[in-house]
Design a protein around this ligand. Sequence first.
Ligand code: HEM
Length: 443
Amino acid sequence: MTSPALEAFPPGTGAARGRSAVDPAFSGTPDPLGLLDLLDVFGEPFVRDPHPWLELLRTESPVHHDPGTGLWLVSRHEDIRRVLLNPEDFLPDNAQHAVTPLPVSVLRILARAGFMLPPALANNGTESHAGLRRLVTRFFHARRVEAAVPVIERIAGELLARVRSTLDAAGSCDLFAPYAQILPCRVLMELLGIEDIEPTTLIRWSDASLELFYGRPSPERQPELAELVADFHRWLTATVRSGTVPEDSFIGALRRHRLPGGEPLDVRTAVAACFFVFIAGQSTTGQLIATVLRRVSSEPGLWTRVAGEAGLAEAWVEEVLRREPPVTTWRRLTARAVSLGGVRLPAGAPLLLMLMGSGSDPEVFAEPATMCPYRPEIRHHLAFGAGRHRCPGASLARTEATVALRAAARALPGILPADGPAEPPMLGLLSFRAPLEVPVRVP
Ligand code: HEM
């Protein structure tokens, strides 16, 4: 019998399937200089500065087969939008597949925890998606987010008071772990009514999940990550099963949810929905806040201006989403043979939509390399996807990042980047990229 974890990650997902699916008749436009042969989406040069590679892809091979991952990299704004808006031809089924194949020993660790990812939200192309999505949207729609601003401000204020003490005592500090990373986690816990877990534990589990499924961990690292993911899954399952969750909480709503046929939602799907929301709802926003703080504090004079100038913090958050979003790519699978960007793709071809590069497509954005917070087309980026699966947390993410930036600029006036010309270490996963440190110092 196939183990549940094996069913969740069928053999041939990620690298293995992509390679074997390639037929010479379906090859993309050749890259005349062969530079794209050097592309490694997990490699240091790409993670450090993806833009030259993304430009090369857009101009030379906009639908490009990448032998390293087995994925077809789609890099033009127009093609990406077309894929996102056509869920019949481009399925979301592979959104959460492990890009680095999981060996049997790792699958066993996950199976022992009952780990499965049945279609729930981002990976759900079935008829149960609309109802589950509506449930999520109810918790994160714009009015609810607006009402949560005092909560975000209160938590930001508490965290910044501690950052201020460190800064006063040491003269320098990091804004990532004690501020950018933990703020969205604490906000999400309050909004979802979660109290019985330390935010740092939730962050550790969430980061491990991202690295296991979207990273290139070594064979030694994979079991360590799988143990953390298994613990996360056990806790989620126990929480979903527990009779003590408040009726009006997110998990309470999942327990009351009915599928299109009228039957109650099964525990596994409820856990899979929580698994996605508990990760998407905080890690990505922490990554966005880290990039925003880094960019704004590095721009001479800007830190002081965002503290006081109405609308400037919002506009900078939007420009960072366009040019340097935390969710750099997203995956889809072709349902049938289709043509995309002049390339014929077979059925079952796994696509990697280069969301980050699409925000710098000159067909849509004038002078894309320039950060221009008042550009007219500022919201045309695809950082939150588009169509049926468009991120329902976009409003919360934008609001949290704006509040976090403005609050930090007011509480820590005049701070400067502390790392000089050296770049900080970067998180570089298939779909997630952000600084892992935001070192700052007093002037
Ligand atoms: C800066 C922060 C964030 C970014 C860049 C981001 C980005 C994305 C992207 C690219 C997708 C896939 C869209 C598609 O397939 O068309 C997505 C889906 C999703 N995001 Fe976010 N997200 C962020 C924050 C959040 C937050 C705060 C939440 C929840 C509170 C959230 C919940 C979700 C959910 C549930 C989905 C799946 C929706 C569906 O399949 O219908 N995200 N997000």
